[in-house]
Structures are given as C-alpha cells and as structure tokens.
Ligand binder design. Structure first.
Ligand code: MN
Length: 229
C-alpha cells in the first residue's frame, strides 16, 4: 500500500545533547497567562480562566531559523514562552500527577500577526490565521525533565537586536504548568509529542526584517532566530 500523494514530513524538534529527535503531534497555546500581559491586552487577570488555541504541528521552526516576514500582516509580534513537551498522554489528568506527563521543556516564541488577531477579536472570528501561520511556532531544543527538573521559577527574557524587550519570572504565571496540563487534558486527550506554549509575559512588540532575537529561560540556555525579508 502506498499514498496517493506525497505524505508530509513528520514534524519533530531537537533534543539537547542527543542525536534523537522529539516528535511533534499537536501544538497548544495558553492565552494570557501572565497578569502584566493580560492587562496590556485589555484583559482582567484576576477573573479569566485559561483559554487555549492551536497551531499546526508543521509550523515549528527551530533554533537558528531565518524566518521570512509573513505575508498579510504589517504587525508581526514576538511572544516569548516556556514550552512544555508532553511525554505521557492522558485525559482528565489530576493536578497532583500532572508533572508525570511532562517529558521536558523548551524555549519558544508564539509568533503572532497582531493586526489580524485584533481584527478577529473585534469580529468574533477564529484566531487561526493570526496565530497558526507558516513558521509561527519557534521552539528550541527539548531539555528532558530527567536532566533539568521541572521548571516553576527562573527568568524568561527576550532580547531583540541586543535590547531587552521581555523580562519576567516563570513564577509569575497565573496558571502553573501542572494546572495547565490538567485543565487542557479535560478538553482534549493529550498524547506524547504534544507541545504546550504556556503564555507570554508583558512587553510584546513588533518584529521587522533584519531583527535578531535571543530568547532565554533560566536553565534552558538560549533560542536564537532572525526575521528576514
Ligand atoms: Mn502566546
């Protein structure tokens, strides 16, 4: 048996200090998970439950990527985030056992067409094309939790062209990693290779062709990428 069309490549990402790669099944993202960012986007961080959106798995691009400025936008924004990599699937996962489902962590950037997202919000339309476009899921190599432990605090930063644009602490997340895994698993069955972008701190802003970005999370090294024409 064959395929009637060329089958797409299976998306995957690097694992630190390993020749092996980590498969990417689905990409989930949490909206507004830092109070300061919720406020800058016009939300109320005290009352809103976490909400989720998705990106296609083949939107992943890795460390060192040269990312073409996407079409149909004049407001490409960075969002630096901690990415959770699911290692063991499950549904209705309890908060207490949720970290047992986490294989590891990576640094990510949830690239966003902010102008299209603003229009979608205003018109009650889906976010898909403002969030899930080609090359929109920047992600560094996976650090297994067996080596780095589970991350609940530590700096998260973004420098663009050598200037600090975002700086916060993972402890500032409104919903913790175990809570996010638990809540998300009440909506969908999680499976190995699922990525969860856990939300961005305040300071989101525009990227232009020629910008060199360096995102860092304490314990995870750095993720570098550039925007090109
Ligand atoms: Mn985000």
């Amino acid at each position: 048996m064959g395929f009637v069309l060329p089958p797409p490549a299976a998306p995957s990402i690097a694992v630190v200090d390993s020749e092996d790669r980590c498969p990417v099944r689905r990409i989930f993202c949490v909206g507004r998970n830092y109070a300061d960012h919720a406020k800058e986007m016009g939300g109320d961080p005290d009352r809103e439950l976490p909400f989720f959106f998705s990106k296609p798995a083949d939107a992943v691009v890795e460390d060192g990527a040269q990312i073409p400025y996407p079409p149909r936008t004049s407001e490409l924004h960075y969002e630096t985030e901690l990415v959770v990599v699911i290692g063991r699937g499950g549904r209705n996962v309890a908060v207490d056992g949720a970290l047992d489902h986490v294989f590891g962590y990576a640094i990510g950037n949830d690239l966003t067409r902010r102008d299209l997202q603003r229009e979608a919000k205003a018109k009650g339309r889906p976010w898909d094309l403002s969030k899930g476009f080609d090359h929109s899921a920047v992600v560094g190599p996976v650090h297994p939790a067996s080596r780095v432990g589970h991350l609940a605090r530590g700096y998260i930063r973004l420098d663009v062209g050598g200037e600090r644009r975002q700086e916060a602490d993972l402890a500032d997340m409104i919903w913790s990693v175990p809570e996010i895994v638990s809540i998300l698993s009440s909506y969908v069955a999680l499976a190995p290779g699922d990525l969860i972008y856990t939300g961005t701190p305040a300071g989101v802003g525009p990227l232009r062709p020629g910008d060199d970005c360096v995102a860092t999370v304490e314990g995870l090294g750095a993720l570098e990428f550039s925007i090109v024409r």
